[in-house]
Design a protein around this ligand. Structure first.
Ligand code: C2E
Ligand code: CA
Ligand code: CA
Length: 752
């Protein structure tokens, strides 16, 4: 046996004399295999030894060859590169190894072809260069090229090794083509990542476990005013110096414990500015679960914060006045209630509703209305303490909240102060406006412990203040609540009354003062309530005015009197006029004239318009609005008469009176009542009549109950009278009888 073989056998620990078992053979072959791989020298020797054949060797050689073959193909199969055998002309002779998926074309279409025929120009040029270089210098040169293979675009690295002569006499070249797509792309990604990091608007800081800054991008230097180099040079994490130690430690500890943490912090700029920043910290751990890196991302949220603040403000404040709105008020009230409860203090809620604001808004326009609200708001703020809340509740309603009063009297004093805010007139766009407010007061905890109740009770008290004549305050009482509840019930019942025809009219006659001849009637509404019996208008008219139901009721009344005017004329009954009362609320309806004229046309009363008289109250004249004036003018155009009711109570100015196309003044019964008792009132009556004559108006006095009142009125020249002395309001039948009676007396003059 060849020495070499012996050595190998020995190496494998085999006995040289006994024939080895198949297992030992296996070991032996593997050991040879290893040697073969390990050393060229060994291989050379081994190959030489193998060429010395014997039967035994022949067998061994055979097996070795097989092993070699398997290994060779294993190597070639595992070979990552495409390995081509190419001749010096560039003809591809063989594909020796490689992943065929990376081939430009199927193998059979490549083999035997010239590279120039199958590959695109650009890579061919590069590969050619590489081959030529190898052929000329015998040195290896690397080329990189890109090829579109069926599975996608791949990057290759090619190298060429010159071999010996081929059977066709040409020189052969081994060409290795390695897929380096991943490498190229990760390089690209690296670059991309870098440029993204450095141009990111977020500040990015990478620190090591010792919190030393390893990397900081441009955005961080913009936030801090430190250069990137300065940031990196900061021995300790610069973030730590930026923050209050405690805050920073908390963020850092949390990030370490949970891997991620974020919190809003403030970053100070070198130049003194500061920005709100959302700091997110992530920790990257190594295999031993130790923190290796800390990545901090700083997002500047100053803008967002600012707009958040703006948004918050918008959501909780009234745009027009800048005051807290209802939402914020409710929030503060909630707090105040619980604070008062804790401290045994009392709180107080003032609910303000401007008196007659709607009139100003309707007549002078919303622009003026808005400015007025703004000025009211400013005055209210000035009169309140900084710790009180002045809020706009909606429309012309304001609320003042004071959360620490000791006595109810203190609340009254504040209410007085608020009322006095309106003493001085408001000057807006050349108008001098005088308004007042009605205030409802609820105290907590006495009048409620929750927001809803307190607001409701203050609101009810405010209504009570309005009903008592406005420009005053009222503290909530249970009676207010009762009447509010009754009001709501009544509202409901009024609706029913209209449906069930529970309303009817009475007619109070009016007479010539001198002759006591019947001159006309005033229509007065009555409500026959199914349970309560007769309900006086003084009780339900205010409710209907507040709810707006008066519009419907008023229209019904008007239709009734129109029907009567027509019917009485057709029946030949004689009367000078039939008057009806028009509520102020009705006159706020811009379509009123149109509606009333419509009724007159439908009923035919338009033909007797001169016998219909409309009574409006004096207060309406004082608050004259364009809408009311226009309505009245249109009604006047039909021939309808116009009287001013309750004259003397409202102290209207002459100028205002002159603007209205009046026919008659109706002296209020308050003045008539005091005839013989109050010389002042007598003087007023005299003056009123003189004034009326000056304007060419007629005068009627109402509420005449006594003979001496009538005498006085006759003396001072009041043409007509109305009152219990002469007649109470009559039913239709009674008043028709009256008219018939009058026409049965031919010797008496008819009317005026
Ligand atoms: P008004 O317009 O001042 O009506 C006159 C009121 O004086 C009537 O009360 C009448 O019955 C009453 N009266 C008449 N003569 C005398 C008298 O000698 N002494 C006294 N003390 N009172 C007398 P009434 O019917 O209760 O109406 C009260 C108020 O209700 C009316 O006051 C008017 O403002 C309103 N009203 C009545 N009917 C209507 C209506 O159809 N529409 C509207 N909007 N209001 C109405
Ligand atoms: Ca009247
Ligand atoms: Ca009256």
């Amino acid at each position: 046996m060849h020495n070499l073989l012996k050595r190998q056998l020995k190496k494998a620990g085999l006995d040289l004399d006994t024939f080895p078992s198949s297992e030992n053979w296996q070991q032996f072959l593997e050991s040879i295999d290893r040697s073969y791989q390990q050393s060229d020298q060994d291989r050379y020797v081994l190959e030489r030894s193998l060429s010395l054949s014997s039967t035994e060797m022949q067998e061994l050689y055979q097996r070795l060859k097989e092993t070699y073959k398997t290994r060779e193909s294993a190597i070639l199969n595992a070979f990552p590169d495409l390995l081509f055998l190419i001749d010096e002309d560039g003809k591809i002779l063989e594909l020796l190894a490689g992943n065929k998926d990376n081939l430009y074309k199927p193998e059979q279409e490549i083999i035997g072809q010239l590279m120039t025929d199958i590959l695109p120009k650009k890579p061919v040029k590069l590969i050619k260069q590489c081959l030529d270089h190898a052929l000329q210098t015998n040195e290896m040169q690397l080329v990189e090229y890109e090829l579109e293979v069926p599975s996608g675009s791949l990057h290759f690295e090619g190298r060429a090794v010159v071999m010996g002569e081929l059977p066709n006499g040409k020189r052969g070249i081994l060409f290795f083509s390695r897929d380096i797509t991943d490498r190229v792309q990760s390089g690209f990604q690296q670059k991309l990542l870098e440029s993204v990091l450095s141009s990111a608007t977020e500040g990015i800081v990478i620190m090591d476990a010792g919190q030393r800054v390893l990397y900081a991008n441009q955005a961080v230097s913009q936030m801090t005013g430190l250069t990137v180099a300065e940031l990196i040079n900061e021995g300790q994490g610069f973030l730590r110096q930026q923050q209050d130690q405690k805050i920073y430690q908390k963020i850092y500890d949390q990030a370490r414990a949970m891997g991620h943490f974020q919190q809003e912090v403030i970053i100070h700029h070198q130049q003194g500015d500061q920005s709100d920043v959302l700091l997110s910290m992530d920790t990257k751990k190594n295999d031993q679960d130790e923190t290796e890196y800390i990545v901090a991302i700083l997002t500047d949220i100053s803008e967002i914060k600012a707009s958040q603040v703006r948004y918050e403000h918008l959501a909780t404040h009234d745009i027009l006045t800048g005051l807290p709105n209802r939402r914020l008020l409710e929030e503060r009230l909630r707090q105040a209630v619980s604070k008062a409860r804790r401290n045994q203090f009392n709180g107080v809620l003032f609910f303000l509703d401007l008196d007659r604001f709607k009139t100003i808004n309707d007549s002078l326009g919303h622009g003026v209305g808005d400015r007025l609200l703004y000025q009211v708001a400013s005055r209210l703020i000035r009169v309140c303490r900084i710790e009180d809340t002045v809020a706009r509740f909606g429309g012309d309603e304001f609320v003042v909240l004071v959360d620490d009063i000791r006595h109810q009297e203190q609340a009254f004093r504040i209410a007085e102060k608020i009322l006095r805010v309106f003493d001085k007139s408001f000057h807006i766009q050349g108008h001098e406006l005088n308004i007042s407010t009605s205030i409802g007061i609820s105290l907590f905890p006495d009048h409620g412990t929750d927001v809803e109740q307190l607001v409701k009770h203050a609101d009810i008290a405010m209504y009570a203040a309005k009903n008592l004549g406005r420009d005053r305050y009222q503290v909530f009482t249970d009676e207010h609540l009762e009447s509010a509840v009754a009001g709501i019930t009544m509202e409901y019942e009024i609706t029913n009354a209209l449906d069930n025809e529970e309303f009817f009219l009475m007619f109070q006659p009016q007479y010539m003062t001198c002759s006591r001849d019947l001159s006309g009637f005033e229509a007065l509404i009555r409500w026959q309530h199914p349970k309560q019996g007769l309900v006086p208008p003084g009780e339900f008219i205010p409710v209907a005015e507040a709810s707006g139901q008066i519009e419907q009721i008023g229209l019904w009344v008007f239709e009734q009197i129109c029907l009567k005017v027509v019917a009485w004329n057709q029946a030949g009954l004689k009367f000078n006029r039939l008057s009806f009362n028009l509520s102020q609320r009705q006159l706020m309806d811009g379509k009123l004239a149109q509606k009333l004229i419509g009724v007159m046309q439908r009923t035919g009363a338009i033909n007797y318009a001169g016998q219909i008289e409309c009574e409006i109250t004096e207060s309406l004249i004082i608050e004259q609005t364009d809408i009311a004036l226009e309505t009245i003018n249109r009604l006047k155009q039909t021939g309808m008469l116009l009287a001013i009711d309750d004259f003397g109570t409202g102290h209207s100015s002459l100028v205002n009176l002159k603007r209205f196309p009046l026919d008659r003044l109706k002296i209020d019964r308050e003045f008539v009542r005091d005839i013989g008792r109050d010389q002042n009132d007598e003087a007023i009556i005299r003056a009123t009549i003189a004034l009326a004559q000056g304007f060419g108006l007629e005068v009627i006095a109402e509420g005449v109950e006594e003979e001496y009142q009538l005498d006085f009125l006759r003396e001072v020249g009041c043409q007509e009278v109305q009152g219990y002395l002469l007649n109470r309001p009559l039913s239709i039948e009674q008043c028709e009888a009256q008219m018939r009676e009058q026409s049965d007396l031919p010797q008496q003059a008819q009317g005026r």
